[in-house]
Design a protein around this ligand. Structure first.
Ligand SMILES: [Zn+2]
Length: 362
């Protein structure tokens, strides 16, 4: 693993040096261009373009050139970070997302161009969990003197991934099978901190602080954007509270991976699911399917959830055999290309969850 990284990094660094030679002053920031009215959506286009032209990836110098206009350059690994950052910065920073719209976030691997983008950014935002484990290696091989990082999992209290009754245990844990005397395996911390809107509020507040410190000229704008956005997140939180407070039941069934630990903890929901948080396993055993099917029947659950960008097969088949409905509960790891182009946001996707949850709990 390390070897592969050192090869990729060496290639990336060589390209970075070449690109720096080609355009001096690349990173000498703050030559603000008042005529530039680039918006968050055109920052979004940057992502789209690179997703569209994957095979003819933009040259290293282009990839590294995001901060040429003097704007603060913010590079994010996944969609929630990207959306939070663009809500805070509006037109005043160049925010890019490494994950392509529609891509599976847990199997993402950075390209050499991505590594250059990280190196050349003013702020690099990542989760710090299972899906971006590669970050530690990449950062340790970089000159971090100019680079600021913001790790989502450092911003809020984290909990371990939980294996509840009926869930498929993770394969590697099974293989290692080393249950300690206390019956505890070395559990992974659950990375899906953003699925709780309350956590999102904390993250946005701290992210705004980091951005304001890096870009004092736009401090006022970032601060007022963040406050307006936090108002929206608070409304979302109120809506979820309202749905749960007035619900007939407090239990959900997710026939898929389960990235909603923080969400369920926040609103006092119990849950049954097929796989723990970031499991790479997606083929359920007959036992797991039978367990969830029985639960749906026993507890008269009207909606069986699947998550976004999933094959939905298990939810569909359990729904079919129980008469329940199969519905999306969006964990917002990423958005489809279509949703991305249509301007989907964390709030709009969560808004869907408010209605889906209302249906599932009543
Ligand atoms: Zn996940």
């Amino acid at each position: 693993m390390k070897k592969i990284w050192s090869v990729i990094l060496t290639a990336a660094m060589a390209a970075a040096v070449l690109s720096a030679c080609g355009s001096t002053g690349n990173s000498s920031a703050q030559n603000t261009n008042p005529g530039n009215t680039e918006t968050a959506s055109s920052a979004a286009e940057t992502v789209q373009q690179s997703s569209a032209s994957d095979s003819s990836v933009s040259s290293a110098s282009e990839a590294a050139g995001n901060s040429d206009d003097g704007k603060l350059s913010v590079v994010c690994t996944n969609f929630p970070e990207y959306d939070f950052a663009r809500q805070i910065t509006g037109d005043d920073a160049e925010v890019t997302m490494l994950l392509k719209p529609g891509a599976e976030s847990h199997t993402y691997e950075p390209t050499p161009e991505d590594i250059i983008r990280i190196q050349d950014s003013d702020l690099f935002i990542y989760v710090g969990g299972d899906s971006d484990e590669w970050v530690a290696d990449v950062l340790s091989s970089m000159d971090q003197s100019e680079l600021k990082v913001f790790r989502l999992m450092d911003q809020v209290n984290t909990v371990e991934e939980e294996t509840v009754e009926g869930m498929e245990p993770e394969e590697e844990e099974e293989a290692e099978g080393e249950e300690g005397a206390e019956g505890e395996e070395e559990a992974e911390m659950d990375e899906h901190v953003w699925t709780s809107p309350v956590n999102a509020i904390t993250i946005v507040r701290k992210m705004a602080g980091a951005l304001e410190a890096l870009d004092p000229e736009n401090k006022e704008t970032y601060s007022s954007n963040a406050e307006a956005y936090i108002d929206e997140l608070e409304k979302l939180d109120d809506q979820f509270k309202d749905v749960v407070d007035n619900a007939k039941r407090k239990e959900i069934i997710v026939a898929d991976r389960f990235p909603f630990r923080y969400f369920c903890d926040e609103y006092g929901l119990t849950y049954y699911a097929a796989f723990p948080g970031c499991s790479t396993d997606t083929q359920p055993s007959a036992k797991t399917v039978a367990f969830l099917t029985d639960k749906v029947k026993e507890d008269h659950i009207p909606v069986v959830f699947h998550i976004e960008l999933s094959n939905e097969e298990m939810a569909d088949s359990i729904a079919e055999s129980t008469g329940a409905k199969s519905e999306l509960l969006n964990a917002v790891h990423n958005v489809s290309d279509e949703d991305f182009k249509a301007g989907a946001t964390y709030v709009s996707l969560m808004q869907h969850n408010v209605e889906a949850l209302r249906e599932a709990l009543n």
